[in-house]
Design a protein around this ligand. Sequence first.
Ligand code: NAD
Ligand code: UGA
Length: 437
Amino acid sequence: MKKKRTTNKGSEHMNVLIIGAGYVGLTTAAVIAKLGHTVHCVDENEQKIAALTRGDVPIYEPGLAELLTDHKSRLFFHRDGQKHIHEADVIFICVGTPPDNNGKSDVSYVNRAVAALLPHLHDQQTLVIKSTVPIGTNERIYERLTKEGKNVRVVSNPEFLREGSAIFDSLYPDRIVVGLRDDDDRSLSVMQTLYARIHAPYVVTSLSGAEMIKYAANAFLAMKISFINEMARLCEAYDVDVAHVAKGIGLDGRIGPHFLQAGIGYGGSCFPKDVAALQQMAYEKAVRPYMIEATKTINDTQFYWYVQKIKRTLGTLSDKRIAVLGIAFKPNTDDIRESPAVSLIKALHNLGAHVVAHDPKAVLPNGMDIKQTKTIDEALQQADAVIVATDWDAYKQLNWEQVRQTMSGNVVVDGRNSLPRNDIIQAGLTYVGVGRG
Ligand code: NAD
Ligand code: UGA
């Protein structure tokens, strides 16, 4: 009989295979290695694997590089993981599920990963789907495996990490959601063994239940942002400060203070895609998703509403030099997928402005005819206006007296309502927030 090993932290040791070394796969790999298990991580992107094997981390995520280095004795990266499939106790699928042209989630990467695993799977294994997949996908994967004579357990274990705080969110999650089939009496204890050193409440549900929880969580958070952005438009019309409204409602325990920061809209690789996918899933079942439609419509229009406001503030944009601070979709990441900052830069450029951009970590997409400066100061030189599009701490902590001296104009546009308004005004600059009266 195979003797059970323990991790050096005392819990049962497991061999884990992770398919996909992106934001979720890499974070999961690092965290599971920290928990004491052995991790083989596979990605079809050769450059990514070459970088990881050299010890370079292809994305910027605070704390990730350190964690990967600290646990490198238990972490292995492969372009082709075929020979490690058999020895794995648990296999995670963490590949992308991007939107297709109709807003539906494209599960072809997941299907391809399952197809590659299939011939090598055996009955002692647990296949865990961490990718965000449409309702019913996990059941279909289970049926596919069963049809091929594979008695592998399938678990849905959606991921709730945020980029920028991915390591913290993975080590200290608010909950661990585990979706199982009714007749599966083993997988919960497998997951509890794997995550033994993570203390969080478990929500145990069906495979489809877990999939729905993931979409509902993202849709709800996106809805909160769209709600406060709609309130920002109303506040602007009635000359009220939306930041006071957010504080005033957020202190009500039933509402909560989070995700009530008005701005130029939500972006990133998940909210826009998951809201659109849930909308499509509702239509497929002839359910009219009013709330989801409104969430998406507000977000889609928020950005244009704000560009109009910038135009009204600056008069014509033609030949104005505008420094846009922030390229990433949020601070503490280099991810520019669906970044409202990038859309803003494009829109201002198309309206004739002379845009220069800066970001501490993110890089403008290829093919954009925009200068990206190395320093904030360089971006501010001779600027008629500065727009903060991503709320990095470095921008919040600027010396506004110095900013005024560097710029040629005096307009500070706070696209994230995150700057110290009074300091900016005291420095003799004009402050333009989102719905701040
Ligand atoms: P990503 O694009 O950063 O990474 C996906 C990786 O999978 C890529 O490196 C790609 O090369 C690799 N890949 C694709 N198909 C493969 C295959 N068949 N075999 C091996 N490698 C393959 O994606 P991500 O942001 O990490 O997201 C992954 C999933 O997790 C998505 O479903 C997403 O919705 C979900 N999710 C993401 C986040 C997040 O913050 N990024 C949070 C929660 C959930
Ligand atoms: C989001 C969720 O918060 C995670 O729980 C989830 O796992 C993840 O999506 C996912 O499924 O991928 P993430 O996209 O990394 O995480 O970042 P958030 O902090 O949620 O921010 C998303 C967008 O909303 C950003 O553009 C941010 O600037 C914007 N936002 C956020 C606001 O405009 N206002 C707020 O109050 C909060």
